[in-house]
Design a binder for this molecule. Structure first.
Ligand code: PMP
Length: 728
């Protein structure tokens, strides 16, 4: 009895556990974003793919006319960048030689098939030595306009940070690097942060990422729930616990990534409230400042948003989120590492008029020093459980209240609280908004397919037309003298010291770069390239498939060897265009014969032989002799070729002699027999050679030769296609 009940109990248990998991998954299925699991899956399978110089300029299926324009353009751009970054590049090259994996801004946000050539050609290593206003001085002695914003740190203008760092250091000079006991300035900072955030407790960390980790750990500890809800497209630092997408190898079961600004996400939060420790949101997320630069993705998505609506739309979304979190008793965490003290001095809470239960700050708040801060409601910030002494949220850090950082932070916070600073925020946002308006009107007037979207002083370039080359704009902008961050045009920043004059200069640079992009053929309209979108999509899908379907290693190297030999052969003895035309014609006939041989051996052999003779005449008459190269390619020598030709000629002669008549009629009558003997002779010659090479050079070399021989007609059709012939 017990024995028969046991399996039943086990089965029931399995059903309950699996059933619960299934139920939980079903509760959130509509709200889930597929990007993280998909990119994790793709990262395992997608192999490296490097474009050749030709693929690079034809990745959207452009014709030869545009490919030629683009080839010239790349060379011109490369020369401009080389001249502009001469000393910086030499400095970078030197470092690269010593640390082979070293990368600067180069090709980080370039779609990977383009990256190798972009890195080789477009060297944009920029090394800087001084700053003044919104400008940076590089090693080559040129001032550039900086829109990188030091990853978001530079809100007020570089000169302010120089001053705050200096004064902060002076303030704690007598104490030095004493860690553990606190400098009195810490208490002042805490008080100011409480006021600015409107929250009760404050803790200090060493970076934005670390502060996010601390916030997550604290909410888990204090709610005794484990699930963190994030939104697709958000960046919360490099920790894979809240960034389960690209670059994350492990499956994460305690972070749920939901669709941004989607009703289904609100419903999912309500349904799973009992498991959710916090909803973590980056309030500039709607703007997708961390998304890859719009390039290929635009193809699969869409047109430009109306940027004026962003503040309103996102404010409304955050209010809805707030209401759902309150009703479901789920803490709402704002990751204001980027938006805090940038959008407004009270951060996104003030800008959107929504309050959070926990706020994470970073970047600018320490006046130019490295920092992460968590401010929160008291019950969410507890590190100890009063009822359970062994329950501890161990959140500490050696450098977390470093005196120099605290000193500089105090300078910043004093500045932020000055009444006139509120006006500076308004002015900076107003100037940037006015520039964006003027910029977009100009871009529209000039019929350039780019627009600017912004939130406060954070802005991004959006593209109105699909192109495989939108990412190239960042290089044109650099050539015009702009400094961009490693995300290129994906996210740019203006600091408060951008005057109207600076914005005018910026506008000129953007327009000039965009015009150059258009002139150089990277933005083709549908009239420039009929069927543009279809061709682009075709190329994208084909490349994806090529990257995904990888041949096993031995097959791949064998293939590479065959192709290398074809290239060598091509360079050794196919320089005359007449010979190339003869190859094109004979290859077309051979391909026909490959098919015809199964139905009409006689026609196939006669035609094939005629083509073979034409091909050999091409070599003998129009190309210089190249015996050495022929030998190195394991091909037939001139002597053996003569013998083979003699063999083919001897067969019909033998037939005629055996038939006792030398007339055309006799030849026609024995055409079938001759074809059959030619066929046998061909097999003997080819397989004789395979055997001979196998004996002298090994089986692999003989197989390479054989595969090359039988596939030559097919690859020659491509190599000597009329399009390429014209170009040559
Ligand atoms: N959160 C957000 C919203 C960020 O933008 C960043 C950095 N860009 C981080 C967290 C991580 O901050 P840090 O680079 O200081 O670790």
């Amino acid at each position: 009895m017990t024995a028969s009940v046991a399996p039943l109990v086990v089965a029931l248990l399995v059903l309950v556990v699996a059933g619960r998991r299934l139920l939980l998954a079903l509760l959130t299925v509509r709200a889930r974003t597929l990007t993280p699991p998909l990119s994790r899956w793709l990262s395992r399978w997608l192999g490296a793919l490097d474009y050749s110089a030709d693929d690079f300029v034809r990745a959207d299926g452009a014709g030869e006319r545009w490919a030629a324009v683009r080839r010239d353009a790349i060379e011109r751009l490369a020369a401009t960048l080389r001249a502009r970054f001469q000393r910086s590049s030499a400095w970078g090259d030197d470092l690269r030689q010593r640390f082979s994996d070293l990368r600067f801004t180069d090709a980080n946000r370039v779609p990977f098939p383009f990256a190798r050539l972009a890195r080789e050609k477009l060297n944009v290593c920029s090394v800087v030595t001084a700053s003044a206003g919104p400008r940076l001085l590089d090693l080559d002695g040129r001032w550039t306009l900086d829109v990188s914003g030091s990853y978001g740190v530079n809100v007020a203008g570089f000169d302010h940070y120089k001053e705050w760092m200096q004064r902060g250091l002076e303030r704690v000079r007598d104490l030095g690097a004493v860690l553990g006991p606190l400098h009195p300035v810490v208490a002042d900072n805490v008080e100011r942060l409480q006021r600015l955030s409107g929250l009760e407790e404050v803790s200090f960390h060493m970076s934005g990422t670390e502060a996010v980790m601390a916030a997550v750990r604290l909410v888990r500890h204090n709610t005794r729930r484990k699930l963190i809800v994030c939104f697709g497209g958000a960046y919360h630092g490099w920790w894979d616990g809240v960034q389960p997408g690209i670059g994350s190898e492990r499956d994460i079961s305690d972070c749920l990534t939901l669709k941004d600004m989607h009703r289904a996400s609100l419903a999912a939060i309500r349904r799973r409230a009992r498991d959710i420790a916090a909803v973590l949101v980056n309030p500039v997320q709607c703007f997708h400042p961390n998304a890859p630069p719009p390039s290929d993705t635009v193809l699969l998505t869409s047109a430009v948003r109306k940027t004026e609506d962003d503040r309103e739309r996102y404010g409304a979304w955050l209010r809805q989120l707030r209401a759902v979190c309150t009703a479901s008793d789920v803490p709402l965490v704002f990751d204001e590492v980027y938006s805090g003290f940038r959008l407004a001095r009270g951060g996104a809470q003030e800008y959107f008029g929504v309050r959070a239960d926990l706020v994470v700050y970073g970047k600018t708040v320490a006046g130019g020093m490295p920092i992460g801060v968590v401010c929160g409601r008291r019950e969410l910030m507890r590190r100890f459980d009063p009822q359970r002494p062994m329950r501890i949220a161990y959140v500490v850090g050696t450098f977390s209240a470093h005196p120099v950082v605290m000193g500089a932070m105090n300078e910043f916070l004093r500045w932020v609280e000055r009444p006139e600073t509120a006006q500076s925020y308004e002015d900076a946002n107003r100037r940037c908004a006015a520039w964006v308006r003027s910029m977009n009107e100009r871009l529209a007037r000039e019929q350039l397919p780019a627009r600017i979207a912004h939130l406060g002083t954070v802005w991004t370039v959006l593209f109105t037309e699909p192109s495989r080359y939108n990412w190239l704009l960042q290089y044109y902008l650099r050539a015009e003298g702009l400094t961009l961050s490693w995300v290129g045009t994906g996210r740019c920043l203006s600091s408060m010291d951008f005057s109207d004059e600076d914005y005018r200069e910026l506008e000129e640079k953007v327009v000039c770069s965009a015009k150059a992009m258009k002139r150089d053929g990277w933005w083709l309209s549908t009239s420039d390239q009929p069927g543009r979108d279809r061709k682009m999509r075709y190329h994208l899908v084909r490349e994806m498939a090529r990257s995904l379907v990888r041949a096993p290693q031995p097959v791949a190297t064998f293939y590479a060897e065959v192709m290398r030999r074809k290239q060598d052969d091509h360079h050794a003895s196919h320089s005359s265009w007449i010979n190339q035309v003869l190859h094109l014609a004979s290859s077309s006939v051979f391909v026909f014969c490959y098919v015809a041989i199964f139905s009409n051996l006689t026609a196939a052999m006669w035609l094939g032989l005629a083509a073979l003779f034409a091909r050999q005449i091409g070599h003998a008459v129009f190309e210089p002799p190249c015996h050495e190269r022929e030998r190195s390619l394991l091909g037939f020598t001139t002597r053996s070729k003569t013998l083979i030709v003699a063999g083919y000629l001897a067969i019909p002669v033998a037939h005629l002699i055996a038939g006792g008549s030398l007339g055309l009629g006799a030849l026609t009558a024995s055409a079938g027999g001759i074809a059959w003997h030619w066929f046998v002779f061909t097999l003997l010659v080819v397989f004789g050679r395979v055997g001979y090479l196998g004996w002298t050079h090994g089986v692999r070399a003989s197989m390479v030769w054989f595969v090359k021989l039988v596939t030559d007609p097919l690859t020659d059709l491509v190599a000597y296609s009329p399009r390429r012939l014209v170009r040559a």
